[in-house]
Design a protein around this ligand. Structure first.
Ligand SMILES: NC(=O)c1ccc[n+]([C@@H]2O[C@H](COP(=O)([O-])OP(=O)(O)OC[C@H]3O[C@@H](n4cnc5c(N)ncnc54)[C@H](O)[C@@H]3O)[C@@H](O)[C@H]2O)c1
Length: 239
C-alpha cells in the first residue's frame, strides 16, 4: 500500500537485489519510477545499475557506493536483502560458517548503513528496511548462526532508528516466515507441503507477499513508523 508517486525520481540501493525478495523489490520500485542500484555478488538485469559487490567487504561496499553517488548522488532509500543460510548441528558449526553467516546477514547491514546514513541525513531524510526472519525471534535449530545474525539485525535496526529519529531517517525490519526463493528451495531437505501445513494460512510466502510490506515501510504512508519489526508469515509466528 504505497502512494503511486512515492518512488518517482527516488534513488534506492538494494543489497542482495539479484536474489528472490531483493529482486522483487527492485522490479516493483523500477515499475514505480525509481532509480535502483543493486549491490550483490550476482548480477541483476532488472536494476538501473548493477554493481558486483561482496557486501561483507568494507572496501567493496565503499567502492560500490562511490559509484552509486557519482552516477545518482546520495540515495534516500535502502533495502538490505543480502543474506545466506547455512544449517549445521551446533557441534558441527565451525567458526568459518558461523562467521560467514554473521558477515553476510549482519555485518553487511552495518557496512552499508554506515556508508549511506550520512548521505540520507545530508539530503534531509530517508528510510531503511532491513531483513530479519521469524527465526531471529524464536531461535532456529541447526541455524543458530542465522538466528543470531537476524536477532542482531533487529537490534542494529532499532538502535539506528533511535539514533537517527531526529535526523529524518526511519529504520524498520521485515521478518518473513518461509518464502519461496532459492534460499529455502535449494535446500535438499525442503518440503513445501510439510512447511505449508505448519502455517496457519496454509501456504508459504510468495515474493510479492514480502515486497508489499517492504514498499510500505519505505514509503510516505509509514512516515510515523520507525524501529519496528513487521512479521510477515501467514500467522506462523505472532510475537
Ligand atoms: N526466503 C525466505 O524464506 C526468507 C525468510 C526470512 C528472511 N529472509 C531474508 O530475506 C533476505 C532475502 O532472501 P531471499 O529469500 O531473497 O534469498 P536469495 O538467496 O534469493 O537472495 C539472497 C541474495 O543475497 C546475495 N548475496 C549473498 N551473499 C552475498 C554477499 N556476500 N554479497 C552480496 N550479495 C550477497 C545473493 O547473491 C542473492 O542474490 C535475506 O536477508 C534472508 O535472510 C528470507
Amino acid at each position: 500500500m504505497t502512494r503511486s508517486d512515492d518512488f518517482v525520481e527516488k534513488t534506492i540501493v538494494v543489497t542482495g537485489g539479484a536474489g528472490g525478495i531483493g529482486g522483487g523489490v527492485v522490479r516493483a520500485l523500477r515499475a514505480r519510477g525509481a532509480t535502483v542500484a543493486v549491490l550483490d555478488i550476482a548480477q541483476s538485469s532488472d536494476a538501473t545499475l548493477s554493481i558486483t559487490c561482496d557486501v561483507t567487504e568494507a572496501r567493496d561496499v565503499a567502492a560500490g557506493m562511490r559509484r552509486v553517488r557519482s552516477e545518482f548522488g546520495d540515495p534516500e532509500l535502502l533495502v538490505c536483502a543480502a543474506g545466506v543460510v547455512k544449517e549445521f548441528p551446533f557441534e558441527d558449526l565451525e567458526l568459518e560458517e558461523w562467521q560467514r553467516v554473521i558477515d553476510v546477514s549482519l555485518t553487511s547491514v552495518y557496512l552499508i548503513t554506515r556508508e549511506m546514513l550520512p548521505g540520507m541525513v545530508r539530503r534531509g531524510g530517508g528510510a531503511v528496511v532491513t531483513m530479519s526472519s521469524g527465526w531471529g525471534r524464536k531461535g532456529y535449530p541447526f541455524g543458530s548462526n542465522y538466528a543470531a545474525a537476524k536477532s542482531g539485525v533487529e537490534a542494529l535496526s532499532k538502535s539506528l532508528a533511535l539514533e537517527y529519529a531526529l535526523r529524518g531517517v526511519r529504520v524498520n525490519s521485515v521478518a518473513p516466515g518461509p518464502v519461496k526463493t532459492a534460499m529455502i528451495q535449494d535446500n535438499p531437505a525442503f518440503d513445501e507441503h510439510k512447511k505449508a501445513a505448519a502455517i496457519p494460512m496454509g501456504r508459504l510466502g510468495e515474493i510479492d507477499d514480502i515486497v508489499a510490506p517492504i514498499l510500505f515501510l519505505l514509503g510516505e504512508e509509514s512516515a510515523y513508523i520507525t524501529g519496528q519489526v513487521l512479521h510477515v508469515n501467514g500467522g506462523l509466528l505472532m510475537p
